[in-house]
Every structure is written in C-alpha cells, then in structure tokens.
Ligand binder design. Structure first.
Ligand code: KG4
Ligand code: ZN
Length: 344
C-alpha cells in the first residue's frame, strides 16, 4: 500500500510517499525556519501563509520524485493534530480536496504518533510493545507503545517541553532560533561542572517532567552575572544545561523501563537529534542490555515520511476520516480519531 502523506503542523511543509509503512519512496520537506528566525520563534500567521503558498509544489514534487500520479496512490494521510491550528488547517483541507478529487481514503494522523513511527522507517526490526520517550518542541512524553495505535502515557511535562526549554535557554544565551541545535554544539565544547543547575521534580508523580525551573535557573544565572559585570561561559552553561536535561530524561526513562518491564527503548521527536541525549541513552541502555532505537537525524525533525509510516497502521486499524475532518490544536496521543469524534 502506497500512502501520500502530508505534514503542516508547525513550520515545515512536507509530503512523502511511503510504502507499507516501512519504505520511503519519496520525501520533500520545505522549511520556513529562516523567516521565523527573524522573530525569535514561529509566527503562526506567517506559518499558515507559507504552507498555503508551498503545499501544491511540495506535493507535486513528492509525486514527481516517486514517479507516480495521484491516481496511483492508495490513500492520503494528513497530520490533523496537535499543532498550530492555522498551519494544520492548510494540510487538512488540501488533503481533503485531494482525497475527494481522486476518490482515495483519507487517513487522519496524530503528529506525536508519527514522530514515534519515524523509528519504524529506520529500524525494520522494531515492533511494539516498547517504551518511548517523545521529546519535541511542544511535547515531552514517556509512553508505553502497546501496539501501533495503542498508547499509554506514563509521564508528561507539567510546563515547558524539553525542546521549548532548550530554545528558551538558548535565546537567553544569545543563540538564534531554534536554539536547541546551537546549545547542543556549544555543550560539546563546554565543561558541565562550571555551573550547577537544579533538577526540578514533580512531587508525587515520578514520571512527570518539569523544565521551566531549569530554564529559569539559566536565565537567572545570566542575569546575576550581568549585574555583577561577569561574563557567562556560554559553552559551559550549555554543557551544564545539556547534562541536566540528559540526567532527567535518562533517569526517568530507565526507571520506567525497570518498573514497567521494557527492554526495547525508543526515542523520538526533534530533540532526539541531540548528541548528548543520544550518547547518554546509548550508554545507559548498553549497561542494562536494553535495545535502543533512535531515528537518523533526517527523521528526527518534522517530515511527512513519518506520517506515512504511522498512517499505514492507522489505516490497518480502520481509522479513516470523511470530509468532515477538522484540525485540532491539542489532542492527547492516546485518543484515536474515532474516540475523539464520538466524544465531541
Ligand atoms: O519535533 P520537532 O521538529 O517539532 C515539534 O513537533 O515540536 O522539534 C523541534 C524542537 C525544537 O525545540 C528544536 O530546538 C529541537 O527540537 N532540537 C534540538 C536539537 N535539534 C532540534 N534540541 C536539542 N538538541 C538538538 N540537536
Ligand atoms: Zn514535531
């Protein structure tokens, strides 16, 4: 089964053709990062406009690269939740138009489920059940993936997502948006022991995360240094931040693996590109004899290949949408399209 998948939940307009949820036939990602960088973050209105301008060309290029016409695809998948509502609407309406015109099944796909599914493309031997840490710009979740479309959330962030904390700490250190990757590079040159940062805990919820206190500690340290006329060692601060984030993420994931009995550990989402997190998880999993699965860097950030991978399993589970499909800004990963519809 060949699925044409469309992604427009944030600042990447993307399309891909994926076969049987495993093989990427073609994939095109058009990013708007340079433009949003001017404003220090994603401007939703600009994102929606750029998606409108780009989506036809991105889909056409994807089909061209696959050497296919729309009539040769077996289904059309689209990210319908969660994300920026105006941005999601562009992809959803475009996909609805295509599905109607070409008479194809329409497969609504959840963005975080897709991030997890990026791993099925990279690792053909990976099958649920497994424990997954999803770390992106908008979400931080520790999830039991019981089956391809069956999820149980063990823990989540109570405030900032890991990527958001990275981007805000980076901004306070003067790095461009999105700062995660700049922090990562700086951290590799720094000494993590120069600064001491707190590891915020959520009382009574051992698997929930809290990153806003960590971000604030970075901002306060910079502020105090500025007031005293001292210079902040940017690389050292980035290294301290990265080490603290790694301690928190790896600590909770390894604890959950032991308690819930998982030996297959998966990481997904934009922040899974982080070199410190990848190295720490490799080390922790090796020590325990666990198998670790991480997407290649090309599949960590937003793309449509991962949407095509998850959509295959949604289709198998009968999760299809009609022309009443709408975009949803916020939707938990453990709620299927059918459950969402019947509850509204
Ligand atoms: O998954 P993603 O592409 O978009 C969302 O669905 O949110 O994640 C984007 C996030 C941004 O916060 C970005 O700074 C972060 O991933 N990121 C990184 C790295 N590369 C991207 N964070 C830390 N280290 C990196 N190397
Ligand atoms: Zn994402």
């Amino acid at each position: 089964m060949r699925i044409l998948a469309i992604e427009s939940s944030c600042d990447e307009t993307a399309a891909a053709v994926v076969e049987d949820g495993k093989k990427v036939i073609s994939s095109v990602v058009s990013t708007q990062i340079e433009e949003h960088r001017l404003y220090g973050g994603v401007v939703p209105e600009i994102a929606s406009r750029r998606h409108c301008e780009n989506i036809c060309a991105v889909v056409e290029q994807t089909l061209e690269q696959a050497d296919m016409t729309i009539h040769q695809v077996d289904g059309i998948a689209v990210t319908y939740a969660p994300g920026l509502i105006g941005a999601l609407l562009v992809g959803v309406n475009y996909a609805k138009g295509l599905a109607l015109a070409a008479n194809k099944p329409l497969i609504p796909t959840h963005h975080l489920r897709s991030h997890i599914a990026a791993n099925y493309l990279a690792h053909p031997d990976l099958k649920p059940p497994f424990l997954c840490l999803v770390v992106s710009g908008g979400h931080t979740h520790l999830i039991e993936v019981k089956d391809y479309t069956d999820f149980h959330i063990i823990g989540r962030t109570r405030d900032d997502a890991a990527g958001e904390a990275y981007d805000k700490a980076a901004r306070s250190l003067g790095f461009p948006y999105p700062g995660g990757v700049f922090m990562d590079k700086a951290a590799q040159q720094g000494n993590p022991s120069t600064y001491h940062l707190p590891k915020p805990k959520v009382e009574g919820s051992p698997y929930d995360f809290s990153f806003s206190g960590l971000k604030t500690a970075v901002i306060n340290t910079i502020h105090n240094a500025n007031q005293k006329g001292e210079t902040i060692q940017k690389n050292d601060m980035a290294a301290a931040f990265q080490q603290t984030v790694c301690d928190i993420l790896a600590g909770k994931t390894m604890k959950a693996a032991k308690e819930f009995g998982y030996t297959d550990i998966v990481i997904a989402g934009g922040v899974s590109a982080n070199s410190g997190i990848r190295a720490r998880f490799e080390q922790e999993c090796r020590q325990r004899g666990y198998r670790l699965f991480i997407p290649p860097l090309s599949l960590c950030g937003d793309n449509a290949a991962m949407v095509g991978a998850q959509a295959y399993h949604e289709y198998q589970a009968g999760h299809l949408a009609g022309m009443d499909l709408n975009a949803i800004a916020s939707l938990a990963i453990d709620i299927s399209y059918g459950e969402m519809k019947s509850s509204r």
